[in-house]
Design a protein around this ligand. Structure first.
Ligand code: NAD
Ligand code: AHE
Ligand code: ZN
Ligand code: ZN
Length: 380
């Protein structure tokens, strides 16, 4: 197929909550682009958030999906970082590595993964040259999403978005590291750099929140609070290392008051993994007087804003946030799958549901809505 368009199946988001399995045509990759055969896709809450119409950058028709394991089918001119047959994780946060990119290079770029090289076109649903590689059955343009669009048997991404992994890496497990699980681990390890002995609280126990717990336990955090309104999430949280499970519905006081009373002065590091702005406030206000740090991971719906009394910051709390857990995608994600292959990083417990074929994407959406699902992996 190299150099020629490919017709394949994709789950196309036609409008709010309107996901349809359709035939699409995927054009060959242009310069510095890579066409991928998607092997497995895990569903992240952010895909649902966009499908539900909550994303200010959301567009229809588009091909969503951004947690995947894939194989390089063909490459465009000038691509040297990957070759046909390589296994890759498409990453919505690219890493251009250009010598003049102040985000990719030291001194200050050492502290961030927010390479802006293709961010504006990515947010507009097109490739860096301003056009789409997807065409629908009626010849209409279909937009890309988050630089990945992995709800499709084939997709085209920028070469700087492809993290090449080992030839032995299992592509279904790789999908988890394309977003949610890498984000939770990185929020703890990179963004907050949690130290051994610290106390940690996580609000929201989906795959993102649970990977915060896993990362905190691996760092040697002593007390780990797991907070969710769905008590079914507490079993896995405890298995991963949570010491205290708290359901806000069991209390008639604000949850931040409950947590501060349990600890006297609050918790060293708190994380929001719900996307609810009231919960973000509760997480900040549960942080320790004098030094507590609260990290926003959750993505809030369009128009939502966060607030607190400035006194909360005056008295030493910090409010921070993370994108993709601060991981520089191409250099720092592949070692995570190496850790998995060596048995040093457990990941299998996040896959609670499996479906076959692009059609399985519809079932995956139902599963994530059900509250019983951490990650539903669809293998094409
Ligand atoms: P999920 O839907 O699987 O999990 C969310 C959890 O939050 C559920 O267990 C739910 O019961 C719980 N919850 C909902 N309301 C709550 C409340 N008021 N109090 C306590 N718990 C509550 O979602 P996920 O895939 O784990 O993603 C979590 C969030 O992180 C989403 O907002 C997603 O968009 C975002 N996200 C951000 C990044 C990033 O880089 N910043 C990356 C991945 C996901
Ligand atoms: N499009 C939204 C913002 C969405 C958002 O914040 N996305 C997270 C990743 S969620 C992954 O599941 C993120 O990392 N954002 C950084 C970026 O550059 O997009 C909006 O508000 O417009
Ligand atoms: Zn860069
Ligand atoms: Zn995601």
């Amino acid at each position: 197929f190299a150099g020629k368009p490919i017709t394949c199946k994709a789950a196309v988001a036609r409008g709010v909550n309107d996901l349809r399995i359709e035939e699409v045509t995927v054009a060959p990759p242009k310069a510095h682009e890579v066409r991928l055969k998607v092997h497995s896709n895990a569903l992240c809450h952010t895909d649902i958030y966009t499908l539900e119409g909550s994303d200010p950058e959301g567009m229809f028709p588009s091909i969503l999906g951004h947690e995947a394991g894939a194989v390089v089918e063909s490459v465009g001119e000038g691509v040297t970082s990957v070759k046909v047959g390589d296994k890759v994780i498409p990453c919505y946060t690219p890493q251009c590595g250009d010598p003049d990119c102040i985000f990719c290079n030291p001194p200050r770029g050492k502290r961030t993964n927010l390479c802006p090289k293709i961010r504006s076109t990515q947010g507009s649903g097109v490739m860096p040259d301003g056009t789409s590689r997807f065409t629908g059955a009626n010849g209409e343009e279909i937009k890309h999403f988050m630089g990945c669009s992995t709800f499709s048997e084939y997709t085209v991404v920028a070469d700087i978005s492809c993290a090449k992994v080992s030839d032995t890496a299992p592509l279904d497990t790789c999908s988890l590291l394309g977003c949610g699980v890498a984000t939770g681990l990185g929020a703890v390890w990179n963004t907050c750099d949690v130290e051994g002995g610290a106390s940690v609280a996580v609000f929201g126990l989906g795959a993102v929140g649970l990977s915060v717990i896993q990362g905190a336990k691996m760092r040697g955090a002593k007390r780990i609070f797991a907070i969710d309104t769905n008590p079914d999430k507490f079993r896995m949280a405890t298995e991963l290392g949570a010491t205290d499970c708290v359901n806000p519905k069991d209390h008639d006081k604000p949850i931040q008051q409950v947590l501060v009373e349990m600890t006297k002065w609050g918790i060293d590091y708190t994380f929001d993994a719900t996307g609810n702005t009231d919960v973000m406030r509760a997480a900040l206000e549960s942080a320790h007087r004098g030094w507590g740090e609260s990290c926003v991971i959750g993505v809030a719906a369009a128009g939502k804003e966060i607030s607190t009394r400035p006194f909360q910051l005056v008295t030493g709390r910090k409010w921070v946030g993370t994108a993709f857990g601060g991981f520089k995608s191409r250099s720092e994600v592949p070692p995570l799958i190496d850790d998995y292959e060596r048995g040093d990083l457990k990941l299998d417990h996040y896959i609670t549901h499996r479906f076959e074929g692009v059609e399985g994407t519809l079932e995956a959406v139902h599963a994530l809505h059900s509250g019983e699902c951490l990650r539903a992996v669809v293998t094409y």
